[in-house]
Design a protein around this ligand. Structure first.
Ligand SMILES: C=C1C[C@]23C[C@@]1(O)CC[C@H]2[C@@]12CC[C@H](O)[C@@](C)(C(=O)O1)[C@H]2[C@@H]3C(=O)O
Ligand SMILES: O=C(O)CCC(=O)C(=O)O
Ligand SMILES: [Fe+2]
Length: 320
């Protein structure tokens, strides 16, 4: 990777101790989830039932992949299947850069269409991905069902069915924030992944035991989230903000790299099918409440979203 030469070293934000930690099996977890989505748009879940071995296996495969020679990684470069594939430093196609390399994969349609994943030598990576994806998709659906229940919606699969649909536009992203010598000398931080909101319904994230993720609170201040090996972190995305007519908050977040430790994160983005109309769920609205957004499909949103710089507030384009 080439050193980013224009970014000044940043200061790390204060550690936040207020991330709601929700045990999925505890009574009332549905209401706790709703409250967390309204307050922060961010929480962590424990008691998720995903075996640690399965997580460790994918983390190890991801590390192996990122440690392979640049030319090999470039064989799965995103130029071939934009926006999917391997990328380094460049995030999206609008000039955003960060101290990160990544592998972005579709998980529903043509899973792992990237040639290198089809090779016999990639079979253990492929099986780790398959196992992880089916477990994390199940977890995402459990969380979405609890959210619907907490919102008092009778049809509790109203959100989870979007992520389960065969056409669902869900993705898995593996990010690697490598050590950086120049930064070690400066004793500062560099933008790994610039501030943004996630476009999808929810994102289910974990990282190795390395800090770096920050979220923005309602007052606009940035706070640092401590890693937690036992938990999965969940972000509310733009689509869920729309589906709840703004009751749930699509959380702004970013990643700072410290230059010393290798941070690997794995994020499952639960997205709707392309033709799905994104409009507030009538069951989540009060009587007489008006939609804050004009009606649009996920396809329309995405075609706009992927043309925008990372830090843009993409929902502004759809506000009435
Ligand atoms: C700069 C960009 C990268 C992104 C597409 C975009 O134009 C704006 C949204 C970005 C984002 C953020 C969350 C996810 O990591 C992502 C895959 C997504 O769906 O939206 C990325 C996109 C990307 O890296 O291609
Ligand atoms: O790597 C992380 O922890 C978060 C990255 C992120 O926000 C993203 O890929 O959308
Ligand atoms: Fe994100």
């Amino acid at each position: 990777m080439v050193v980013l030469n224009s970014s000044p070293a940043l200061n790390k934000s204060a550690i936040f101790s207020g991330v709601p930690a929700i045990r999925l099996s505890e009574p009332g977890s549905d209401s706790l989830l709703v409250r967390a989505c309204e307050d922060l748009g961010f929480f962590k879940v424990t008691d998720h039932g995903i075996p640690m071995e399965l997580i460790a296996k994918l983390e190890e495969e991801a590390m192996k992949f990122f440690a392979s020679p640049e030319e090999e990684k470039e064989l799965s470069g995103r130029k071939l299947a934009n926006p999917f594939g391997y990328g380094s430093k460049c995030i999206g196609s609008n000039g955003d850069v960060g101290w990160v390399e990544y592998l972005l994969m579709p998980v529903t349609s043509e899973p792992f269409s990237m040639a290198f994943l089809m090779q016999p030598s990639a079979s253990s990576f492929r099986s780790a991905l398959n196992e992880y994806i089916s477990a994390v998709r199940k977890l995402a659906c459990q969380i979405l069902e609890l959210m619907a229940q907490g919102l008092g919606i009778e049809q509790t699969d109203v959100l989870s069915k979007l992520a389960l649909d065969e056409e669902s536009d869900s993705m898995l992203r593996l990010n690697h924030y490598p050590p950086c010598l120049m930064l070690q000398e400066q004793n500062g931080f560099l933008t790994g992944f610039g501030e943004h909101t996630d476009p999808q319904i929810i994102s289910v994230l974990r990282s190795n035991n390395t800090a770096g993720l920050e979220i923005s609170l309602r007052d606009g201040s940035w706070v640092s989230v401590l890693p937690d090996q036992e938990a999965f972190f969940v972000n509310v995305g733009d689509s869920l903000q729309v589906l709840t007519n703004g009751k749930f908050r699509s959380v702004r977040h970013r990643v700072l790299a410290n230059g010393w430790e290798s941070r690997v994160s794995m994020i499952y983005f639960a997205g709707p099918p392309p033709g799905e109309k994104l409009a507030p769920l009538p069951e989540a609205m009060e009587e007489g409440e008006q939609s804050q957004y004009r009606e649009f499909t996920w396809r329309e949103y995405k075609s706009c979203a992927y043309k925008t710089p990372l830090g843009d507030n993409r929902l502004d384009l759809f506000h009435k």
